[in-house]
Design a protein around this ligand. Structure first.
Ligand SMILES: Nc1ncnc2c1ncn2[C@@H]1O[C@H](COP(=O)(O)OP(=O)(O)O)[C@@H](O)[C@H]1O
Ligand SMILES: [Mg+2]
Length: 356
């Protein structure tokens, strides 16, 4: 038997970020040391089918090679996936958004009692829901934009009243967001009550729960957190979107968004960011990795926007770049995350499940 670690990559997924996940998988595979890892790819189709590929033993150049066709044997979900997991392996879910970053896949991996990279069920689920996340942040006294949230049924019955309430309490500009999606899908910036109404209608197409936040004028600064009980923070980075705000197009299509690493901020702001990022990580019970996103105003007020429990993870994404500038390159980062997964898994095996 070889002493290589079996690393099973889950990628693709039933999500708007399916293609981004494929790119991530390609980058991760190409960064892996095949002397240390035995790599098993599991492609999740847009319909949510899990298709297992043959063991990989070399790097790839084309993402198409990672997209497997179903052939009646390699379709592993849900029945066969359980029996294919072997002792000592580590699963790395390279999935973003709902059905991947939201605790559902993590729950399956918990049931299988297999080590997996990144955040657990609760941290993933809380962070995927912008309302739950903000409520927990408030509990930890983290400074954040004022917000309100509404359910679809309320909106349908009282939309005029809701618009007036938002206008009075949060004012314009404000940001309307579906509670549960990432990648800026369904998010609008509103300057008038008419825009607000349209924004609610759009956001309710994506979710039953919609959050509205006061608009903050500030720079967008992000920081990467890595670890389990005693996590470390990277240098900070700034995002300068070319568009008015960091919307879906700016994130994935334009490619014009500038990342400035390290961000030009004072030592005091950096200290504040680190303190708040660690607090947010602990507030949700983070494990492995989190990217914490902030607004920093002209007067150096720091407000937390959100945390991402599975941030963009190609070598050109903010999270790996922040670590690269902090002395941990992409291959090392992947190995560190695998090691953290193993450590957490081993610790969990010590937990008692019965009274005696
Ligand atoms: N309260 C706010 N004030 C100012 N800009 C905001 C606010 N909320 C969101 N934005 C802008 O919209 C972008 C996307 O919002 P965000 O909440 O980060 O959604 P996602 O989870 O999709 O990344 C942010 O990066 C920022 O540019
Ligand atoms: Mg964001």
């Amino acid at each position: 038997m070889s002493n290589k670690t079996i690393l099973r990559l889950l990628y693709g997924g039933k999500s708007a970020e399916h293609d981004v996940s494929l790119q991530t998988a390609l980058s991760v595979i190409n960064a892996l040391d095949f002397e240390k890892f035995e790599v098993l790819p599991v492609y999740i189709t847009l319909e949510g089918k899990w298709i297992q590929g043959a063991k990989l033993s070399h790097a790839f150049t084309d993402v198409k090679e990672l997209v497997f066709e179903e052939n009646g044997i390699n379709d592993v979900f849900p029945s066969q996936f359980f029996s294919t997991i072997s002792e000592g392996e580590v699963v790395f879910p390279l999935l973003h958004g709902p059905n991947g970053e939201d605790g559902t896949v993590q729950g399956l991996l918990e049931l299988l009692n297999v080590a997996y990279v990144g955040n657990g069920v609760a941290a993933s689920a809380i962070s995927m829901d912008k309302v739950f996340m903000k409520q927990i942040f408030a509990e930890y006294n983290l400074n954040q934009p004022n917000y309100q949230f509404f359910m679809k049924k309320d909106w349908q019955e009282n939309f005029e009243k809701i618009c007036r309430t938002v206008e009075q309490s949060l004012g314009f500009p404000c940001f309307v967001k579906p509670a549960n999606l990432g990648s800026s899908v369904g998010i609008s910036k509103c300057e008038t009550i008419e825009e607000l109404r349209d924004a609610f209608e759009l956001a309710f197409e994506y979710d039953q729960k919609v959050i509205v936040e006061e608009g903050i004028v500030g720079r967008e600064i992000e920081i990467a957190v890595l670890g389990n009980e005693n996590p470390s923070c990277s240098v900070a980075g700034e995002i300068i979107p070319e568009k008015e705000f960091y919307d879906y197009q700016a994130k994935y299509e334009d490619g014009n968004t500038a990342l400035i690493i390290p961000a030009e901020i004072s030592e005091a702001v950096y200290e504040k960011l680190k303190e708040m990022a660690i607090k947010a990580f602990k507030a949700v019970g983070g494990n492995g990795l989190v990217r914490a996103d902030f607004f920093v105003t002209k007067n150096d007020e720091v407000l937390i926007n959100e945390i991402n429990t599975m941030p963009g993870f190609t070598p050109f994404s903010m999270y790996p770049l922040l670590w690269k500038h902090s002395g941990i390159d992409y291959p090392q980062l992947i190995e560190k995350l695998v090691q953290l997964a193993v450590e957490r898994h081993q610790e969990k095996q010590q937990i008692k499940h019965t009274m005696f």
